[in-house]
Design a protein around this ligand. Structure first.
Ligand SMILES: [Zn+2]
Length: 390
């Protein structure tokens, strides 16, 4: 199994690099245009149609191929958005960002990027970056106006684990339930507060000039998202460390359809929908996923339907205790439990159910209770598909 991580550093773009970035941006937009006009999303089809059109660009062919590949990603996202019935704007690339997986070299602490035949741009790597990528092959390079990012890889052997760790991400915390019976919570309310404040500020901006507004939100947004990312990095690091120490597989909800779950018709308030749809919700999962894979820990995804509504002990529908809004009570088996813990246990139980072996734990009780209904059968298929993908 190949695991990939990335490391970043600041750098100062020379005129040559800025020129290349701008060319790359224009090539991507050309490809997106061609893809939209001819309804193409596959790399092969787009290469055939677009490559010759890119002849007028004065850049090396490495970058043409990478621009086509980057455009394919944009076209796929766009097609998915359209299919889900979202109001998708016609995609157009504004930011300067070049990703290449061909032609570069790293030599004596310097990144060498092909620029013209037999001519290379040199960018010095910091000691920190050199240290981190040491011994790992670099798979791709991404340049923006002021940052350079290297994706590096290693082959990992999947650890054979002795248990599972179910992870439930909520609005203001992340709750963990493990097969050894332990429960843990990490507070993330600060991250939620920062993203909520940012949305608030942005919604009050009434500047008429689109360019000014974009500039302000851009700078402000970057600062906010850096802060949120740091909070999430801290939590995801601790979680993966804990799982590694105990040798537990990680179980999380498959959130691919989550945005649809939290749309207007579902009766939630605007504020809560904003939080659930914000990128930070999925970001924690993304971080846990790649950090776990890097350590060789298996990651299992399960269907999110009903994880917060059902009793983690017997599978019945839970009732809210009116005076304590975080507690749920099961009318069937009488258990009273924190709603986040209940959800984490349900996620854990779903992961355990699809495992090749099953440790003897309480969560297994649910198997017999819920095993027969069609909903859980669908879920089984769903999770199988995910496991074979990884
Ligand atoms: Zn119950």
């Amino acid at each position: 199994m190949l695991a990939v991580k990335a490391v970043q550093q600041h750098y100062i773009a020379t005129r040559e690099i800025l020129y290349m970035l701008e060319q790359f941006r224009c090539m991507m937009n050309d490809c997106v245009q061609i893809g939209l006009d001819q309804n193409l999303t596959s790399l092969k089809a787009l290469s055939l149609k677009a490559y010759r059109q890119l002849a007028r660009y004065d850049v090396m062919s490495y970058y043409k191929l990478c621009a086509i590949s980057a455009a394919t990603g944009i076209l796929r996202n766009n097609r998915r958005a359209v299919r889900h019935g979202n109001k998708a704007r016609r995609p157009y690339v504004r930011s300067l960002r070049l990703t290449t997986c061909y032609g570069f070299k790293i030599q004596d602490g310097t990144l060498l990027l092909p620029h013209r035949p037999r001519e290379r741009i040199r960018i010095a790597l910091t000691a920190h970056v050199q240290d981190i990528i040491h011994g790992h092959p670099v798979r791709s390079v991404t340049l923006t106006r002021d940052k350079l990012s290297l994706a590096y890889a290693k082959h990992v052997i999947e650890i054979s684990t002795h248990g599972f760790l179910g992870i439930d991400r909520n609005l203001d915390n992340v709750t963990l339930a493990a097969t050894d019976g332990s429960i843990a919570k990490h507070n993330l309310s600060e991250a939620t507060r920062i993203s909520a404040t940012y949305r608030e500020v942005r919604s009050h901006m009434r500047r008429n000039d689109v360019r000014i507004r974009r500039k302000i939100t851009g700078k402000y947004g970057r600062k906010q998202s850096e802060m949120v990312k740091q909070i999430l990095h801290h939590a995801s690091k601790l979680i993966v460390q804990q799982a590694k120490q105990k040798q537990f597989s990680i179980v999380m909800e498959d959130l691919t359809g989550i945005r649809r779950l939290y749309r207007r018709e579902n009766g939630q308030g605007r504020w809560i929908r904003g939080c659930m749809n914000s990128w930070s919700y999925g970001e924690l999962q993304r971080q846990i996923d790649y950090k776990a894979r890097w350590e060789g820990l298996p990651v299992i995804y399960v269907h999110p339907h009903g994880t917060s509504a059902r009793c983690s002990r017997c599978g019945s529908r839970m009732a809210r205790i009116p005076e304590e809004n975080r507690q749920l009570k099961c009318p069937h088996c009488g258990v009273s439990v924190d709603r986040d813990v209940n959800a984490a246990r349900n996620i854990l139980a779903r992961g355990v159910r699809f495992a090749p072996f099953a440790p003897p734990i309480e969560a297994m009780v649910q198997e017999s209770a819920a095993g027969g209904n069609p909903e859980s059968r669908r879920e089984r298929v769903n999770s199988k598909a995910h496991e074979s993908k990884s």
